[in-house]
Write a protein that binds this ligand. Sequence first.
Ligand code: 6GU
Length: 230
Amino acid sequence: MRIDIITVLPELLKSPFEHSILKRAIDKGLAEVNFINLRDYSNDNYKSVDDYQFGGGAGMVMMIEPIAKCINDLKSKTNYDEVIYMTPDGELLDQKTSNHLSTKKNIIILCGHYKGIDERVREHFITKEISIGDYVLSGGELAAAVLADSLLRLIPGVLSDETSALFDSFQDDLLSPAVYTRPAEFNGWKVPEILLSGNQKKIDEWRYENSVERTKIRRPDLYNKNFNPK
Ligand code: 6GU
C-alpha cells in the first residue's frame, strides 16, 4: 500500500512513521508513505497556499490552485483508489472503514488547515472525507497519522503475529479483554486464576466473556449493536 500525504507541515507528520510497527512496515517494503509539501505547488513567490474567504469573515481558506496542481501532478504518475480529505465534518472513522481502506493500493490523504479548503476541491477532487472524532484539531496532520496508522497495521505481514489484528478491539465490535503479565501476584493483587490454568478452552471462554462484559459497561452503544439489534 502506498499513502501520499499532502500537507503544509510535512515535518509534523514524519515522526509517527519513523518508529515501531509503522517503521517496520515501511522498512520491509510492505508500505510506502510519502509527504508532499503543498507549498511546492504554490503559484507565487511567497509560497502561499491560502487566502481570505469570499463573502468576508475571519479565517483563511486553502486555495484550489495549489491543491489542484499537486493532485494532478500525483495523478499523472500514479493511479489512486481514493483521494481522502481529513476534515472534522467528514464521515467518522471506524474499524470498518479502516478495514475497507486497508485493501486499497494507492491513496492520497489531503490535510486541511485554517478555516478549510475551497469547496470546489471537495466537489471535484475528493472521493472520501474522514473525521477522527467529534472535536476540532488545529489541522488534519494528526488525524492523517491516525488514519494511516490504522490502515498500515492491517496490511498482512506488518504485525509480527499475523493474527493479532484480528483480535484488536472493535474488529468484532467488542472491546479487547483484560490482559496480565508477570508477576502473578503484586501487593496481594492476583491475576485471574483461569489465565494461569493452562486450559486454553477455558481461557478463551474467559476472554470472550470478559470482552462482552467490558463492552457492556464501557460501550453500551457497541454492546447493543451486537447483542440487542433492533
Ligand atoms: Cl480530520 N481534522 C481536524 N482539523 N479536526 C478534526 C479531524 C480532522 N477529525 C476530528 N477533528
